[in-house]
Unconditional design. Sequence first.
Length: 136
Amino acid sequence: MAKKDNVKKIKKYIDDILGATSSLRKKLPAKRNYQRELFCEMLRGLQFINGRTIGMKHDYKVNMMEYDDAFYLIIDNLLKLNYTLEQQNIINWWLYDKFLPTGETLILTDKETEEIIPSDTPEDVWDLIQEHEKKK
């Protein structure tokens, strides 16, 4: 409630300064931020679905992989439409190779500096593929 009160006070101050009625609105998210949010939501969803498919096979001996193949093919084609091969490789590495069944995770290191490249979250993956976008 305090935030609403502060907004009302700010609006009143602006009205007093301008001598006219004003209106305030929330800043619209930039297109890039919106794309980042969609991308991260997509990666989390794919990671969940992949884990669920593997869990069904392991825990219940129900193989859903053939059933899910059509969906993965569609998703793969959408990735091909929107990302370079290098970007697709980063996405696929994060989805299918980074997180091992043992619970361990693989890390990325820069070959030249041997520094660890952040790659734990979908946001990290977004940043990585943006770097590859600049190198097109």
